[in-house]
Design a protein around this ligand. Structure first.
Ligand code: DGT
Ligand code: CA
Ligand code: CA
Length: 574
């Protein structure tokens, strides 16, 4: 059975949850949570690393003990520690932790005093007024629980793109190997590179008699088959991710791909144009009366309504159809256009690899420069650099560069923007660097006026180059800061500085709509990995996806510039 990184992460999360309910040592709990994050965000499967003989303890937050647990999970699909913990408390109990307001202590009390094990039992206990009597709960808490359970039930879970990709890649490879299967294509929001996906939509072509449906529903990771017919089936994987599969004929492949790529709003807009032309568009083709006039490939479908092919990332009915009609479609940036990366960490702070290891990994991806931008001292949890340690790193980079072939390290810093808009390091220290990346890492809840003013003031510093993860949002975990992004972008324009599109799967920040705004205002965007280990450069592809959703072209992206041209642009601020 293929064990995905996301599955290992889920097991570690569950261990942490259970330890927390047991009241275990907080450091031990945090170690499992950190390990879960590391695994969840790791672009390469842990299994592949193991097979290549890589040392797992090189991963952030993974020591000998956790490495051993990863090996155990990958080999056996289970973890003996978790099995033991599950004997102490039934499996569903951890689900209760998902309810806002219920921490481990309360979950423990609900289980021991009321035998509440599931969300449903929790709902009934609250509705029947049995919870208010528990010590430390009360009537108000009971009401809050009731409301929280109702809100929880109406929430549909979405998967981060990078997490969905782990399941999608494995499943696509599995389907591709089924006898008689021709093409296998991921459609839906996954193909449009949305930052999260609700479910996977897979299209396959298959020869008559191909067992693709039987194999699909019998896939090892399927937890539940929702429906299964001769041309369509839906399943839920053990991870909770739903997958819809369609078998389509070669003649309607393009029409089906258009239809199931969506978005729904885009499809509706296309159908409206078709109607005006007296045509009917559906997932089987484009028809004039009974005659099929297009549908074998996507280009023929668009052509039949008088449009050029539109890249999937643009298909949101946000102006792409008008742009296509007027011949104004952007020529979107591609991964191969990237010449460098302007945001990365090493083990000098909270990263995991050395300068040389990071440089070689970036070079292996085809990059010609990499900026090292450690945290500054204010970020104590990351062991941020003070002026002395920064100076030492600069010396080290100067020594290392002549030894490196085909890649150049740039000297930078990810300096904290303090609450009043000042920077965490003095101007003369920043002046020695090739670039200064400024970042908000604290006080996320300032008022719109204060938060915006703070960032504008930071940009006024003579050496400020690039605003890191401009909205500060973490997908599913933290809302974007309340800022006036248009003002920030215009200020960047005035000051000659740039905005980052942070490609970390949890961030994907700049948001796509703000990419468009930056493009319109003429501010360049830098697609950066924010790599904390040599594996993380692989995340750049999700950053490119987000940039494409934001209509960015090669010339709109700072780090598509060759090094010499980049240096000229950086000079304006240094
Ligand atoms: P998701 O799964 O929520 O992340 O988003 P999508 O876009 O993948 O949506 P999904 O899986 O419900 O459907 C896949 C595609 O199928 C969708 O992008 C467009 C197409 N589709 C689904 N329902 C309809 C519909 O009622 N009308 C039209 N025109 N297209 C639809
Ligand atoms: Ca979908
Ligand atoms: Ca679907």
């Amino acid at each position: 059975m293929p064990v995905h990184n996301a599955d290992i992460a889920a097991l570690f999360e569950e261990i942490a949850d259970r330890l927390e309910i047991q009241g275990a040592n907080p450091f031990r709990i945090r170690a499992y949570r950190n390990a879960a994050r590391t695994l969840g965000e790791l672009p390469q499967p842990a299994r592949t690393l193991m097979e290549k003989g890589e040392d797992l303890t090189r991963l952030p937050g993974i020591g000998d003990d956790l490495a051993e647990k990863i090996r155990e999970i990958v080999s056996n699909g289970r973890c003996s520690l978790l099995d033991r913990l599950r004997r102490d408390l039934p499996p569903a109990v951890t689900e209760l932790l998902q309810i806002p307001g219920l921490g481990p202590k309360r979950v423990k009390a609900l289980y021991h005093d009321l035998e509440v094990q599931t969300v449903e039992q929790l709902y009934r206990a609250a509705r029947d007024g049995r919870i208010r009597a528990l010590p430390g709960f009360g009537e108000k808490t009971e009401l809050n629980i009731l409301q929280a359970v109702e809100a929880h039930a109406s929430q549909t879970r979405r998967f981060k793109l990078a997490v969905a990709a782990q399941y999608a890649d494995a499943l696509a490879a599995f389907l591709q190997a089924v006898p008689g299967v021709g093409q296998v294509t991921l459609a839906g929001s996954f193909r449009r590179m949305r930052e999260t996906v609700g479910d996977l939509d897979i299209l396959v072509t298959a020869a008559t008699g191909s067992p693709v449906m039987q194999r699909f529903t019998a896939y090892d990771e399927v937890a539940e088959v929702l429906s299964a017919g001769s041309t369509r089936a839906s399943v839920v994987l053990k991870s909770g991710l739903q997958v819809d599969l369609r078998v389509v004929s070669q003649t309607s492949y393009g029409a089906a791909l258009c239809y199931f790529t969506g978005s729904k709003a885009h499809n509706i807009a296309i159908r409206r144009i078709a109607q005006k032309l007296g045509l009917k568009v559906n997932e089987y083709g484009v028809f004039r009366g009974d005659e099929r006039i297009a549908g074998e490939d996507e280009t023929s479908v668009y052509q039949s309504v008088g449009l050029p092919w539109i890249p999937p990332e643009l298909r949101e009915d946000r102006g792409e159809i008008e742009a296509a009609r007027d011949g104004r479609l952007p020529s979107l940036v591609e991964f191969a256009d990237l010449r460098g990366d302007l945001h990365a960490h090493t083990k000098a702070t909270d990263g995991h690899d050395s300068l040389r290891e990071m440089a070689l990994a970036a070079k292996a991806l085809g990059l010609e420069y990499l900026a090292i931008t450690e945290h500054s001292r204010h970020l104590t949890v990351a062991h941020g650099l003070d002026p002395l340690r920064l100076a030492r790193q600069c010396d080290e980079i100067d020594r290392l560069n002549p030894e490196l072939d085909g890649i150049t390290l740039l000297k930078g810093i990810e300096v904290d923007i303090l609450e009043d808009g000042s920077l965490d390091l003095p101007d003369d220290v920043l002046g020695r660097l090739d670039l200064v990346v400024g970042a908000v890492h604290s006080q996320f809840h300032l008022s719109r006026a204060k938060q915006t003013g703070r960032i504008l003031r930071a940009m006024d510093h003579p050496h400020f180059t690039l605003l890191a993860h401009p909205s500060g949002r973490l997908i599913d975990r933290r809302e974007p800061c309340d800022v006036d992004m248009l003002r920030i972008i215009r200020h960047a324009k005035d000051r000659g500085c740039f905005l980052e599109l942070n490609a970390h799967p949890e961030r994907l920040d700049l948001l796509d709509s703000h990419c468009q705004m930056a493009k319109e205002e003429g501010v360049l965007v830098s697609i950066n990995s924010d790599a904390h280990s040599s594996f993380d450069f692989a995340n750049l592809k999700y950053g490119v996806g987000q940039a494409r959703r934001g209509w960015l072209e090669k010339d709109d992206v700072l780090n598509t510039r060759p090094l010499a041209a980049l240096r000229r642009l950086l000079k304006r601020t240094m």
